[in-house]
Design a protein around this ligand. Structure first.
Ligand code: PLP
Length: 281
């Protein structure tokens, strides 16, 4: 079956989607996006995603062409039409189609596009953990807006792969911000630490869910900046994200974290997460 896209307010087979070369997303990266999880055929945490999308859009002065309920209806239909049970939905909204000019076009309509794919939970890396490297965070100062401008993230992830690692952990000077495509948490003496949700990181939906689950599990969690040295001296570390869920970090720049194996707090959080998405664990 050909995947069904939602593009310019219509449900279309993938091959019928025609993107204009004058779309501002194409030459300026002028747009915002979201990636949702689908578990058991249902969208996960739609409220948190809409809240973040609305913040990102307001941050870049883009008027969303739909409200929360309308969007949820469209994306739910997209999941059903594609018959996806375990997967992701990608949604992006650009500032629209107009001749190239940095200034906002006077009359362009925002252009929304979404598709839905089967994507399995990354059970192998969630079990074994990933190796990571650290890199300087070269991004702009609004990493809290989920915009299409991901070149710094792309370069970081590519460098990690070329150096045999699963992800790159970004640092501004000594402070760990997040990774190329997920948030980073460490565990020290039973307490979780993660960077505060300010302008330097994406306010991850999985981060918020993980902090909520940690508190429900009576695991202390603190949102404060931590250094690369604190990361290296941590008992455990893990990343959180829509596609990676809670994935242990077993090494950083070739140095083992804790025992070099996924730790007990990480495992507890993974089990709590599995229960939250309706899986026994
Ligand atoms: N940080 C960055 C830079 C990301 O790209 C992502 C996800 O794409 C995240 C964090 C995690 O956010 P979420 O849990 O909402 O997927």
């Amino acid at each position: 079956m050909s995947p069904i896209y939602w593009y310019d307010n219509q449900f279309l087979p993938a091959e019928a989607v025609r993107v204009s070369p004058q779309d501002r997303g194409y030459y300026f990266g002028d747009g915002v996006y979201e990636v949702y999880r689908v578990y058991g055929g249902r969208l996960f945490e739609t409220g948190l995603h809409y809240e973040r999308l609305a913040r990102s859009a307001a941050g870049v002065k883009l008027a969303l062409p739909f409200g929360e309920a309308e969007l949820e209806g469209v994306l739910t239909e997209l999941v059903l039409r594609n018959e996806v049970r375990e997967g992701t939905v990608y949604l992006q909204i650009t500032r629209g189609v107009a001749p190239r000019n940095h200034l906002f076009p006077a009359d362009a309509q925002p252009m929304a596009m979404a598709y839905c794919n089967e994507v399995a939970r990354p059970v192998t890396t969630m079990e074994a953990g990933i190796k990571t490297i650290t890199l300087e965070d070269t991004r702009w100062l609004h990493c809290d807006y989920k915009t299409l401008n991901l070149l710094a993230n792309v370069l970081a992830k590519q460098e990690a792969a070329e150096r045999g690692a699963g992800d790159a952990i970004l640092r501004r000077g000594d402070i760990v911000t997040e990774s190329s495509a997920s948030n980073v948490m460490i565990v020290k003496d039973g307490r979780i630490l993660t960077h505060p949700a300010n302008n330097l990181i994406l306010h991850g939906v999985t981060r918020a869910v993980s902090l909520r689950l940690a508190r429900a599990e009576d695991i202390r969690a603190e949102e404060r900046p931590f250094t690369v040295d604190e990361l290296l001296a941590a008992d455990e570390a893990f990343v959180t994200g829509t596609t990676v869920e809670v994935t242990p970090i077993v090494s950083v720049d070739g140095r083992p974290i804790g025992s070099g194996e996924p730790g007990p707090v990480t495992r507890r959080l993974q089990r709590a997460f599995a229960r939250a998405i309706g899986l026994e664990s």
